[in-house]
Design a protein around this ligand. Structure first.
Ligand code: GAL
Length: 828
């Protein structure tokens, strides 16, 4: 009972500002430029045992691995894990990494730095016995200048990294542990562009011209003044567009900021359909030598958040159809992999998503690169808490010392990305209700404006103004009929709403001078492929919020008809209907695009991962994916649910999502069950059908002509496996991935939608299995094993290429079923 209430309590206290309770490895080996080279391979790792101390370990028990790496995902699920249900019942701990390496003798005249994109958390780094520093924040990148301590030539260097994620809980979701993002070695001459030292803005885009402002922070690390020539060349693809050059005098051991300006004729604008990019390449020359070359990709676009028209991109109104994403990559844990991230984004893009919220922390830098290239509108978020904690050992303990540095580093790192359109300074910050929250909000907003005045600041508030209790499912604690302190403070350029869709229609009355964004919405719940056959019998899951989980559905399953929601949220349809209706509502970010590890709302073992995703943890769409696809894309969509394996005579609700058609006709075994079409603001249609086995078929028609046909068939006993790779050709770089979907079928090849056989995987060739997953939130099987129980007929296996070209063969087998094999070619 208590457990069922936990999240409510957390939320209520958070709202009051009183929260005091606890509540694959891969190696990207490409050099991004000569300046920055991946430093991911050849590391050694040791996870402390309870008897190890926490000083530099003298253990001899090291394991070889490549980064990025997440040690928590390798462990077992444990109901008593101190990380709690929020942390996915996996375990933290304290880990050590070390690597020995040499540095070329000729680099001894240069500056060499190590760059970490993120270490969870409390990292400390040593080089050749010298302590370099500590970084508590697990999500921000950081760097150390190694130059004074390096050995050059044949002599070895040793770098040691300690990551301390032992104090738990420190997160409301699964964080992962260790060096889970890329590491780089960066080498420049002694006069160079500073770290994240460029800032490219396009203040004027008009009359066929774009003005490009190039701000470059230069660093002279010589003990003498230096004359240097700074040339910035702008490229579109391989073609040079324009070039600007300037001579500068740089004082000894000093930094200087240089301003340059260029004009581009007939600029090709960046937008979500055509994410056109330019690259500015800055070359630093001194003593007739090129000492540094620094590339900054950027895009040219104009935008505004308009009080009446919402989000305007390049003069055109664009509704933001966004999703929130946590940083884990399902079965890979939080170990970053570019292909895994790209796949997530492709699955979202195919659904019609055009916006990503990096909830609730700075993302891996590659996520923003991908969003630049694929065309997403990103809300880049900084914090899940400020001074007041949400869990006992979270970042609030580091706030005073680190929040300015961390925020500045995020801004410097991310401000050139054309995909970034707004900064969120926090999510559901407990202080939002009091004057301290207003003061901190102003402080953070001022920091943002000092580093990037080109983008608006928002915060995800829960909610910015009271929800009328009679309209809401939950009594938000803010019952005062006025904005919360943060929303009223003037610190925010956009009012960010978490949930509270009941208040959106009154936004212009409540906040007449500030634009709108729904920073987080919905929190509806579903288990892929599981249905309570009469969809109107369960309105909320559990049926009532105050009834424990297991009084809801057996096995902690949640019906996938879009009718089950967290009390503070809504069905998917309900919030989208409001956002769709009013132009001034710029858009929304649904909680969440993908399921994530941890936060299995309500908190209840054996559930270990969330139910909020539109797509499950394996990347398989739940049904509501097609509701969004029918609304958010222009492609023809027809999708029917549920599966067709029921008890004869039982009433089953059949739903259809469709678009681009006037009507849908449903047939059971060839007999029409009638035509239906959406009325008013309907987003789906429904037939209640007395079940008979056979074939259920839907046909959508426009002007009497068939647009699409869809069938679901009754499956017989499971008899065979079918394996399909998302990509049969991948790169032999030790990092690239092929995602293989294994379906269970009956003897006739009909998809067995209720089968849950255990599947075993084996791989031949130079590659490895790095993840297995069915998307089942109650599965405690390891994502890192080679067998897994299917959920609703499906299971996923992820194969990673080795570093030698090869033909790989993946075999999936299950007792009593015909096995399946799939070939994957890896090449250099
Ligand atoms: C929100 C919160 C998210 C997640 C979600 C679950 O209030 O911002 O991080 O906890 O609730 O519904």
């Amino acid at each position: 009972m208590i457990k069922t209430y936990t999240n409510t309590i957390i939320k209520s206290f958070a709202v009051l500002g009183l929260l005091t309770i606890a509540a694959c490895s891969s190696s990207d080996n490409k050099a991004v430029s000569d300046r920055k080279v991946a430093f991911n391979t050849g590391w050694q790792f040791h996870l402390n045992t309870p008897t190890d101390n926490d000083t530099i370990t003298t253990t001899t028990q090291w394991r070889a691995l490549n980064l990025p790496h997440d040690w928590s995902i390798e462990g077992a699920f444990d109901e008593k894990s101190p990380a709690g249900y929020g942390g996915g019942s996996l375990t933290g701990g304290l880990g050590w990494y070390k690597k020995t390496f040499t540095v070329k003798a000729e680099d001894s005249t240069k500056i060499t730095s190590v760059v970490f994109d993120g270490v969870y958390r409390n990292s400390q780094v040593w080089i050749n016995g010298h302590y370099l520093g500590k970084r508590p924040n697990g999500y921000i990148g950081f760097r150390y200048n190694l130059t004074p301590y390096l050995n050059y030539g044949d002599k070895q260097n040793e770098i040691i990294v300690k990551a301390d994620n032992s104090k738990q809980p420190n997160s409301r979701w699964y964080s992962g542990s260790g060096i889970y993002r890329n590491v780089w070695m960066e080498t420049t001459g002694k006069v160079h562009v500073a770290a994240e030292g460029t800032y490219i803005t396009t203040p004027v885009v008009a009359n066929g011209k774009a003005t490009i402002k190039l701000q470059t922070i230069l660093k002279n690390e010589y003990a003498a003044e230096k004359a240097a020539t700074i040339t910035t060349t702008i490229f579109k693809g391989d073609s040079k567009v324009t070039e600007v050059s300037k001579e500068v005098k740089l004082s000894a051991n000093a930094e200087q900021t240089l301003q340059q300006e260029a004009t581009i004729d007939n600029p090709v604008l960046w937008d979500i359909e055509h994410p056109e990019l330019y690259t500015a390449v800055t070359e630093v020359k001194a003593d007739d030598e090129v000492l540094d070359t620094y590339a900054t990709p950027f895009g040219i676009r104009t935008f505004t958040f308009d009080l009446n028209k919402g989000f305007i991109l390049n003069g055109k109104q664009v509704k933001i159809k966004g999703v929130c994403l946590h940083h884990d990559l399902g079965p890979l844990g939080s170990a970053f992999n570019t292909r895994a991230m790209e796949r997530e984004l492709q699955i979202m893009k195919d659904m019609g998503v055009n916006g990503i919220r990096t909830s609730h922390n700075p993302p891996a830098p590659e996520l923003l690169d991908l969003c630049d290239k694929m065309g997403f509108i990103v809300m880049d978020e900084a914090y899940d808490m400020w001074k007041q904690q949400k869990t006992p050992f979270d970042y609030s303990n580091d706030w005073d010392k680190w929040h300015v540095t961390d925020l500045k580093d995020q801004l410097f790192r991310d401000r050139n990305h054309p995909s970034v359109f707004m900064w969120s300074i926090g999510n559901e910050i407990p202080e939002q209700w009091n004057e301290q929250g207003a003061a901190i909000g102003k402080e953070l907003s001022a920091i943002v404006k000092s580093i990037d005045p080109t983008r608006p600041v928002t915060a995800a508030m829960n909610p910015p103004i009271a929800v009328n209790p009679t309209e809401a499912n939950i009594q938000f604690v803010n019952t005062a009929d006025k904005p919360n302190a943060l929303a009223a403070s003037g610190a925010l350029d956009i009012i960010g709403y978490n949930y509270a869709h009941q208040t959106y229609a009154k936004h212009k009355i409540n906040f007449p001078k500030t634009a709108f964004i729904a920073t987080e919405t919905t929190s509806a719940l579903a288990t892929r492929g599981y249905y309570d056959a009469k969809s109107d019998t369960v309105k909320m899951w559990p049926k009532r919020w105050d009834i424990p989980f297991h009084d809801g559905n057996p096995g902690n399953t949640v019906s996938a008809y879009d009718q089950i929601q967290a009390p503070w949220g809504s069905t998917h349809e309900a919030t989208w209907k409001v956002i769709k209706k009013h132009d001034y509502l710029a858009g929304m970010f649904v909680w969440t695009g993908f399921d994530y590890i941890g936060e299995p709302t309500p908190y209840e073992w054996p559930s270990v991962s969330s139910y909020f995703g539109i797509v499950d943890l394996a990347g398989f769409p739940k049904d509501v994916y097609y509701m969004y696809q029918s609304e958010w894309t222009t492609k023809d969509v027809l999708h029917i649910l549920p599966h067709w394996n029921w008890k004869t005579g039982q009433d089953v609700d059949v739903w259809a999502y469709y678009n681009n058609a006037d009507e849908v006709e449903l047939y059971l075994n060839g007999k029409s069950l009638g035509k239906k079409s959406k009325q008013g603001d309907d987003l789906h249609i429904m037939w209640r059908v007395p079940y008979q086995p056979g074939t259920l078929k839907a046909i959508s028609r426009k002007n009497g002509k068939t647009v699409l046909e869809k069938e679901v068939k009754t499956a017989g006993a499971p008899a065979a496996l079918k394996a399909t790779a998302d990509r049969a050709k991948i790169t032999a770089d030790g990092a690239d991935l092929s995602y293989i979907t294994v379906d269970i079928t009956d003897a006739n090849g009909v998809f067995a939608a209720t089968a849950n056989n255990e599947i075993t995987f084996s791989l031949k060739g130079n590659g490895k299995i790095v993840g297995v997953c069915s998307g089942d939130p109650v599965s405690h099987e390891s994502y890192k094993g080679n067998k897994h129980t299917a959920l609703s007929g499906k299971c996923l296996v992820i194969v990673q290429a080795g570093d030698k070209a090869d033909n790989l063969e993946l075999t999936a087998s299950a007792a009593g079923l015909k096995k399946a094999t799939v070939s994957i070619t890896t090449s250099k």
